[in-house]
Design a protein around this ligand. Structure first.
Ligand SMILES: [Zn+2]
Length: 104
């Protein structure tokens, strides 16, 4: 493998790819065209769990001559780190009679 052309960059809820030559405070754009400024911080753990931007992934693969990711309909790209999907706040159905809430 040669030199990597891009690196991952969490922005706007997705992990995008940006050119490796971009350094802190540089202005640039992700491979899918989102304008970004490289922050001093590397990003939080939560940000690195964001789903991979499919456009950036596809462009990256094309530029580096890699095979495109296998597309599985309606299944989001699996990150190496299990993404924490926000679960809609819905109370589980109680199996037994609910405990009465004491009024104050
Ligand atoms: Zn992107």
């Amino acid at each position: 493998m040669g030199v990597r052309l891009f690196r991952w960059f969490p922005a706007d809820g997705r992990r995008h790819a940006i050119p490796v030559e971009l350094v802190v405070s540089d202005e640039g754009a992700t491979l899918c065209g989102v304008p970004i400024t490289v922050p001093r911080e590397r990003g939080t753990k939560a940000e690195w769990c964001w789903p991979t931007c499919p456009t950036c992934d596809a462009v990256w693969r094309k530029r580096e001559g890699l095979a495109p990711a296998p597309v599985r309909a309606s299944v989001p790209a699996r990150a190496s780190v299990p993404a924490r999907v926000p679960v809609p706040a819905r109370a589980p159905v109680p199996m037994r009679a609910p405990v009465p809430v004491r009024a104050r």
